[in-house]
Every structure is written in C-alpha cells, then in structure tokens.
Write a protein that binds this ligand. Structure first.
Ligand code: NAP
Length: 245
C-alpha cells in the first residue's frame, strides 16, 4: 500500500487531503503539531469509516520535532510515496509592507517557507525509495507576482505583504526542487487550493474544504506524464498552463 504524509492535517484543507488520499488507496500519516488534535482528527475519520490513517506529531517549525517524526515514520515504512506540505499560517492582520515587523516575517516564513524546506529535506530519502514520488506544496493565487502586480487582476487590492511574499518564496523553492529532481521520477508542484472556508479565512471563501482537498490531492495522484515544477490554481485558471506565477 502506498503511503503519504500531510503536514498540518488535523483540520481544514489538510484534513480533507488526508480523506482524499485514503479514498485513493493510500495509508496516510496525518501530521499535527499537537498530538491530541491529530488523534481527535483520526478519531473523527474513523467515525466516517476512514481507517487507513495514523496521527504523527510534527511541528514544521521545530527541527527536533521534524527529526523525531522522520525517525518515527522510518520505523513504520521504508518508502514514502507522497509528501503534502500543507501546514501554513497567515501571520495575522494587517500586514503592511511598510509596517510589518521583522518578527512577523520571521514567524510566517518559519512555517510557510523554512518549514517546507525542513520537512522536505528530512523526508527526501524515504521519498527517493518510491517509484512514483510526489511532493505537493500548498500555495496560493495570492503568491502570483504577475497577478499581484496587475491592476486589472481581481486580487490587486488584496495585499498581505508577509503572507504573500512567503508563498512566492515557496513557489520559487518548488521550482528549484523540481529542477534538481528533474531527471528522476519525482513530480513536484505548487498548488493553490482556492479561496476556502476554513479557520484560516474565518470560514469565508468560494470553496469548501472538501473541494480544496481534492484540488491538492489531484497533484499527489498524478501519473508519470503529469506536470512537475508547475504552479496550479485551478479555481481561477482551470487550464493549468495559463496560470501565472
Ligand atoms: P487552517 O484551517 O488554519 O489549517 C492550517 C493547518 O496548519 C492546521 O492544522 C495548523 O495546526 C497547521 N499548522 C500551522 N502551523 C503549523 C506548524 N508549525 N507545524 C505544523 N502544523 C502547523 O488553514 P487552511 O485554510 O486549511 O490552510 C492550509 C494551507 O492552505 C495553508 O498552507 C494555507 O496557506 C493554504 N491556503 C489556504 C487558502 C484558504 O483560502 N483557506 C487559500 C490558499 C492557500 P493547528 O491546528 O495546530 O493550528
């Protein structure tokens, strides 16, 4: 049975990604920075008949936590097929380019950028054992430099200096990672889940968490002919090739 790890999966979009991957035949390790929240999520899934899932303690900002999670997963599996770097924070509001503090930037980057690097580097050896390894980095349409700079785009007046720049950095990391892995079976992509009704958005949004979960899981499930090194935002750009970075 194929295995997957989803970070920040105790609620919101990550929780739905877990469901979708289990439905597609995976055993999924549900990452949670608080074990009790991870266990509660697993229990919730069990009431829905979803049993191929186990909680794993994983705080992406904590080097020791990431190392411990890698050691613990290594005792359970020799191969990891999918990594979904989903854990993310907004950093609170407002976020002004002129007034946001360096601490605000550091906190958000520690989760949204360095967290992804930490987890990816820690688990890459297990992923390299897979014959179809997939990495999905959960990004956002708000990370697009083209859209953010275009007064004609719908998101032009929605600026979050800290969060947006962190996800733009994540996009560039994704491109670099995909490039370094280009001569392997890896597929590495950055995917926007859509504007989704979760705690993150105060439950505002045009997508349900289930719809968002499917959009992310789709890129964990792509075949050998699927894209790599791409950024996809299907809610806004149904044709992936037209999605501006
Ligand atoms: P959410 O409901 O707030 O869930 C975020 C998850 O990340 C939670 O499980 C949270 O854990 C976890 N997390 C935060 N910091 C962590 C850390 N240091 N280590 C491990 N886990 C951590 O938000 P969401 O809407 O599902 O967001 C998921 C991802 O989608 C994020 O990367 C976000 O940027 C992205 N996204 C969301 C939207 C949207 O409209 N919602 C749009 C575009 C992109 P706790 O429960 O412990 O806080």
């Amino acid at each position: 049975m194929k295995s997957a790890l989803v970070t920040g999966a105790n609620k919101g979009i990550g929780f739905e990604v877990v469901k979708e991957l289990v439905r597609n035949g995976f055993f999924v390790y549900l990452g949670s920075r608080k074990l009790e929240n991870g266990m509660a999520a697993v229990n919730q899934l069990k009431t829905e008949g979803i049993t191929n899932v186990e909680a794993i303690l994983l705080d992406v900002t904590d080097e020791e936590s990431v190392k411990a999670a890698r050691a613990s997963l290594g005792e359970k599996v020799k191969v990891l097929d999918v990594l979904v770097n989903n854990a993310g924070i907004s950093g609170g509001f407002p976020q002004s380019a002129l007034n946001a503090t360096i601490d605000q930037f550091k906190t958000v980057y520690d989760t949204n950028v360095f967290g992804v690097v930490r987890v990816t580097q820690a688990f890459i050896d297990l992923l390299q054992q897979s014959n179809q390894p997939r990495i999905v980095n959960v990004s956002t349409a708000m990370a697009s430099l083209s859209l953010a700079a275009d007064p004609a785009s719908g998101s032009y007046d929605h600026k979050l200096a800290v969060y947006q720049s962190s996800k733009s950095a994540l996009n560039m990391y994704t491109i670099n990672l995909a490039y370094e892995l280009r001569n392997t079976a890896f597929k590495v992509n950055a995917v926007c889940p859509g504007y989704t009704q979760t705690d993150f958005t105060g439950h505002q949004g045009t997508s349900t968490p289930a719809e968002a979960g499917k959009r992310i899981a789709k890129y964990a499930l792509i075949g050998p002919d699927g894209p790599t090194g791409k950024y996809v935002s299907e809610e806004y750009f149904p044709e992936p090739a037209s999605c501006p970075w």
